[in-house]
Design a protein around this ligand. Sequence first.
Ligand SMILES: [Zn+2]
Length: 235
Amino acid sequence: MKITFIAHSGVFIEFEKCCILIDYYRGEVPSIPEGKKLFVMASHGHGDHFNPAVMKKFGGDREYILSEDIKSRIGVKDRESLKITFVRAGEEYTFSDGNGGELILRTLFSTDEGVAFLIKCEGKTVYHAGDLNLWIWEDNEAQYDRWMRETYSAEIGKLKGEKIDLAFLPLDGRMGKRGFCGIEEFVKINRVEKICPIHLFTGFDFIDKFLNDSASIGCREKILRVDREDYKFEI
Ligand SMILES: [Zn+2]
């Protein structure tokens, strides 16, 4: 599969038979090859994960998979004329890829808003966290901190047993080194081959900081050193 890290948490995945755009809100979307269906997914409605303009942006065969919290933001006209599935956490959905195959989607509960996505398509398994992360802010109250840690571990623990080829995981420098914890915990619990950091508000330098300073064993070689927007790679 061909992947483009577009910007922030926005990514584009091109499979043999279909394409998926996830959490797009700005930047250059690669062109969609003739005959391939486009899935447009949004994990929740925050402005850095969903831009209502995507509802108008693409022609051809496209299908929207949107977290339920976005429902109220979609006008009646779009709801009636477009192919939209509103998804909730803890469910499994099957979609046609438009070319005789299937896309299977599992959703997890997010510790912030909406859902996270586990996508199975053409023998590959891809995870996109959305805002499901260990949000350990400096001023968190102890009780909230405990809830955060327990909920995060329990949610990502539901993926145990999956062999994840690629995971898009938040690496948010606004939390300082506490921002490492979400990825470190994910790798401790799950089998994942490659990690593409997302949610990089403070820039790409934070990936280097992670690579230099994380004490986690087994994380480093999995991390893709994304250094710009519109970053392309293949898996
Ligand atoms: Zn976010």
